[in-house]
Ligand binder design. Structure first.
Ligand SMILES: NC(=O)C1=CN([C@@H]2O[C@H](COP(=O)(O)OP(=O)(O)OC[C@H]3O[C@@H](n4cnc5c(N)ncnc54)[C@H](OP(=O)(O)O)[C@@H]3O)[C@@H](O)[C@H]2O)C=CC1
Ligand SMILES: O=C1O[C@H](COP(=O)(O)O)[C@@H](O)[C@H](O)[C@H]1O
Length: 603
């Protein structure tokens, strides 16, 4: 059975007539093109240009816009492909009416009907739910991004009362640095909207009980339901089956956020997709890769496509190599059981780093619509060469004592087999065989228990041909090339290394940074990736979620390598906990004439 999918789509709104109470005579047609772009965005409130502010606080699809000059315009998001009307045409919905269609699209009508959103965190007792999901929901509530009628339900096997869940959640909530004043009050209000239901993940009966409780909260309104699967992957399908059969919405949309890992290789991923699609349409499945929700990853396209100075340089003609670097200064502490079955390549490279690579390297999409962007990403992935063993170095951390403290080896984790060969570090050289990137090495490096926590993109440019200042650089011209660094985390920044004259009477050059340091430039705290992604899922915006063909293309690149590593029982290079990782990573880079940009520099 397929869940009733009444996802609302949001591009190209039409303008409704101005409220008669408006004192302004300005009409929406007087909006500038910039304003029109903002207005037509699916998440209008978030993408408004400075001149507009939203009067409406709800995530309803009718938004009242107030311009600086006092003019007011109402926008209504139109109903598109996956709307009730179209679902009816496809035979997925049996009963609907014009009124229901309006309601299901979240459009309030004159009789005062409003839609509700129920967010069920499946696996609410777990690490991710506590660390990320509840805090992100609270942050959205705090910022007034959640709709007027919303309920959060925790679902897991652990026995808990509503009060116990609230107590657990309250310990994880934090307030924005710049808005502490009424935080306690807001927390209380938020917690009052949180409830708990204990049940098994494979019990339709338990999900039916949940359904009853959700209905009570929905109080006859149009019900939109979001399930967040924050559970181990072996129970994804059971939970989806039960949610679908017993707790999907009868008259609104039902969406499911699926956490990674989406399989272990091409076959298991295809099997998972097939199993999920027994119960869900593709557009109901929101495969989350939280790196896509990170501020600087989202900014990649803005940087490239809205600045004339970057896009013309974005090719093999000017770029020598691209480096995608992820490192953590802690090991698998507490997650060894999960990690040992996956390893760093599946945990970080096949998803987070590859997604960044695809966004970095894609051609200009036709528009900012989800499908246009995802089409371009798939093209890049399909143009890439599957990874081969000779282009990869793997490592595993070993115990190390520093300053009297002994840090554990990976295999000291009780949930990890003593003879495990699972890589906790990997470096790889990837290639995109298309006209833009032919021959440019894309180097990836990811590791746990390294000396620093960081995620960054480094773009090393070619040297200046016939450079007048060559003699100032000595024989190593590569040392003097420009480098663009996009520091995703921590301490977000974008900086460009340039050669500069050291002030003085001589002619000495040094390398300096043109630095956009976020903490200095923007006073507002950067939202967590999960906030953006949860809000997108609620709003039906799929741009930052992984489509099934993207996933297939990603696995096709890594599956042969993963099989080889496992079948040939490749022994990882051991590196001390807290070090910079295996030396092999440098040999790999050197083979392609590359020096890792993060080595020997503080920035
Ligand atoms: N934690 C993290 O930082 C990240 C996690 N993820 C992914 O998110 C999902 C959730 O992660 P996380 O919260 O760490 O997971 P947990 O191991 O904490 O599991 C979540 C909940 O699922 C239930 N559960 C755990 N193991 C089993 C089992 N074998 N059978 C049935 N139920 C079980 C438990 O709840 P109860 O016993 O109460 O039912 C547990 O509280 C996973 O898919 C993970 O890969 C992705 C990125 C980061
Ligand atoms: O998906 C995962 O990501 C985290 C790192 O996320 P970050 O946002 O803290 O950088 C990683 O620790 C974990 O192993 C992996 O599953």
């Amino acid at each position: 059975m397929i869940m009733a999918a009444l996802s609302s789509a949001h591009s190209c709104p039409t303008y409704s007539s101005l409220p008669s109470s408006s004192s302004s005579s300005s009409s929406p047609s007087s909006l500038t093109s910039l304003q029109r772009i903002a207005v037509s965005s699916p998440t209008t409130k978030r993408f408004l240009p400075a001149k507009l502010s939203l009067q409406s606080q709800s995530v309803s699809h009718r938004n009242v816009l107030r311009m600086q000059d006092g003019a007011v315009a109402t926008t209504v998001t139109p109903v598109e492909n996956d709307t009730p009307l179209n679902k009816l045409k496809e035979g997925i919905l049996s009963v609907t009416s014009t009124e229901e269609t309006k309601e299901a699209a979240g459009i309030d009508d004159d009789s005062g009907n409003e839609s509700t959103v129920s967010i069920t965190v499946v696996g609410a007792s777990g690490d991710l739910a506590k660390k990320k999901i509840f805090p992100a929901l609270f942050a959205l509530y705090y910022e007034d991004f959640l709709p007027k009628h919303f309920t959060v339900y925790g679902y897991a096997r652990s026995k808990m009362t509503d009060a116990e869940l609230r107590n657990m959640v309250s310990k994880t909530l934090t307030c924005r640095i710049d808005k502490r004043e009424n935080c306690g009050e807001k927390m209380d209000q938020f917690l009052k909207r949180c409830f708990y239901h204990s049940g098994q993940y494979d019990s339709q009966q338990n999900f039916e009980e949940l359904d009853k409780k959700l209905k009570e909260h929905e109080a006859g309104r149009v019900s939109n339901r979001l399930f967040y699967l924050s559970i181990p992957p072996n129970i994804f399908v059971d939970a989806v089956r039960c949610a679908s059969l017993s707790a999907s919405s009868g008259n609104g949309w039902t969406r499911v956020i699926v956490e990674k890992p989406f399989g272990r290789d091409s076959d298991s991923s295809a099997a998972l997709t097939k199993a999920l699609k027994q119960y869900l349409e593709e557009d109901q499945i929101f495969r989350i890769d939280h790196y896509l929700g990170k501020e600087l990853v989202e900014n990649l396209s803005v940087l490239r496509f809205s600045n004339l100075i970057f896009e013309p340089l974005w090719s093999r003609q000017y770029i020598r190599n691209v480096q995608l670097i992820f490192s953590e200064d802690f090991g698998t502490e507490g997650r060894g059981g999960y990690f040992d079955n996956y390893g760093i390549i599946r945990d970080i490279m096949q998803n987070h780093l590859l997604q960044i690579l695809a966004l970095f390297a894609m051609e200009t999409p036709v528009s900012l619509d989800a499908e246009d962007i995802r089409n371009e990403k798939v093209k890049v992935l399909r143009s890439m060469r599957p990874l081969q063993l000779e282009n990869v170095v793997v490592g595993q951390y070993k115990s190390h004592t520093k300053g009297g403290v002994t840090y554990p080896a990976y295999t000291d984790d009780k949930t990890v087999p003593k003879d495990s060969l699972t890589p906790t570090f990997a470096a790889a050289a990837l290639f995109i065989d298309n006209a833009r990137w032919d021959g440019v090495p894309f180097l990836m490096k990811a590791g746990k228990a390294l000396h620093k926590k960081r995620a960054e993109i480094r773009v090393q440019f070619r040297h200046v041909p016939g450079n007048l200042y060559n003699r100032n650089f000595g024989t190593d011209l590569d040392r003097a090339t420009n480098e663009l660094v996009i520091r995703v985390q921590p301490d977000e920044a974008i900086y460009l290394k340039i050669n500069n004259k050291v002030p003085g009477l001589g002619m000495r050059l040094d390398r300096s940074n043109l630095n956009l340091h976020y903490a200095a430039r923007y006073s507002k705290e950067i939202p967590d990736a999960y906030e953006r992604l949860l809000l997108d899922a609620i709003e039906g915006e799929r741009r930052l979620f992984i489509r099934s063909d993207e996933l297939n293309a990603a696995w096709a690149l890594f599956t042969p390598l993963l099989k080889d590593l496992e079948e040939k029982k490749i022994i990882p290079e051991y590196y001390p906990y807290g070090s910079r990782g295996p030396v092999g990573a440098h040999y790999l880079a050197a083979r392609y004439n590359v020096r890792w940009g993060d080595v020997g520099v503080e920035q």
